[in-house]
Design a protein around this ligand. Structure first.
Ligand code: 5GP
Length: 336
């Protein structure tokens, strides 16, 4: 087990699904917590917790990370964590937050960008991009605001702000597909959470919209409350899926590893990548997620590296950047 984890730690990895505020380590949160948020010990989800309740946990980080300097510091520390886990490419996603008299959404976005700029000098071995999130539960006005900001900052910082993420509590709100279309027309890539809860009508709409990547895709196979038609539609679309195993198990969207959608998509040779979702909330790392794939789904070392290499193709990096990332992974040597 320990040997497997050590191997997974050494593999150069690509992280395509990480929410900023769910990824801030407990240590960093404690350092930033000058308000003495009393609920801190409950931050980490250690046992099975219903998905709805998981969304309450994010509010703890939101209460603590409550000014531009803390957003900057938190972002930098998350990048450092991934860098130390041998992640060579990271797409961080985050929902711009406004705090009256303290921080506008623009200042929030700029603080994240500043941290990415600093990281490019301090940790040059990790390439970082930013996806601006739209919370589906926060209403159309909020969604419109975030999408317009994403377009604005993509124009200003095309090397950092590369895409839009649709996330938030899947049992609330809507997918705002007509708004996502605006972002797509402005050159932003779209990553959309999909089928975290059974909702076949919405899944069909999202699949018809054809985002660049999909998150989770849990309830699509007929064995997981989806349907044959949706599963076939997704396979035909070849849209890459970001799979976050620990997150799904801990939030109980699947009951155990043997039922996880990984089984269906991997067997079907569908494009997938492995991701952490919220590494701090779910007490994981990308290396641990790789180890889980090795242990529970019986992938060989070679197959793991192949997953890492394929993830480069699904990233929102430029072609030049992708080529450099592929070289790093191809140069990785190991003993079988
Ligand atoms: P933030 O956007 O504040 O940096 O990161 C936390 C936010 O990401 C949460 O409030 C939530 O909107 C979103 N998020 C984190 N994990 C998940 C997840 O597993 N599913 C969905 N749908 N949204 C998530």
């Amino acid at each position: 087990m320990e040997e497997e984890l050590q191997f997974c730690e050494k593999v150069p990895k690509i992280e395509l699904h990480a929410h900023l505020n769910g990824s801030i380590s407990l240590e960093k949160l404690k350092l930033l917590n000058d308000n003495d948020v009393p609920t801190l010990p409950q931050y980490e989800i250690t046992s099975s917790t219903p998905l709805k309740q998981c969304f309450e946990v994010f509010k703890i980080a939101h209460t603590i990370v409550n000014n531009p300097l803390k957003v900057y510091e938190a972002t930098l520390s998350v990048i450092e964590d991934f860098y130390k886990d041998n992640v060579i490419y990271l797409e961080l996603r985050s929902t711009p937050r406004m705090i009256p008299d303290i921080m506008t959404k623009d200042v929030y976005i700029e603080s994240v960008i500043k941290a990415i700029q600093t990281a490019s000098l301090t940790f040059p071995k990790i390439l970082v991009k930013f996806l601006i999130s739209v919370n589906r539960a926060h209403g159309i006005e909020n969604a419109t605001e975030n999408i317009l900001s994403a377009i604005k900052y993509h124009e200003m910082y095309p090397e950092y702000v590369v895409g839009l993420d649709l996330s938030g509590d899947p049992s609330e709100g809507e997918a705002f597909l007509h708004l996502l279309e605006r972002a797509r027309n402005a050159g932003l890539k779209i990553a959309a959470h999909c089928a975290e809860v059974p909702n076949n009508d919405e899944v069909e709409d999202i699949l018809n919209f054809k985002p660049d990547r999909l998150g989770h895709c849990t309830h699509i196979h007929p064995d997981l409350n989806g349907s044959n038609e949706l599963f076939e539609q997704l396979l035909t679309s070849k849209i890459p899926i970001e799979l976050c195993i620990t997150s799904n198990i801990k939030c109980q969207t699947v009951s155990d590893y043997s039922k996880h959608q990984f089984n269906y998509f991997y067997k079907a040779n569908h494009p997938i990548c492995i991701a952490t979702d919220d590494k701090s909330v779910f007490n994981t790392t990308l290396s641990k997620e790789f180890q889980i794939i090795k242990t529970h789904f019986k992938l060989s070392s070679k197959e793991l590296i192949k997953l890492s290499l394929a993830a480069v193709d699904y990233s929102f990096a430029t072609n030049n950047e992708k080529e450099k990332l592929r070289q790093i992974i191809k140069n990785f040597t190991y003993l079988e």
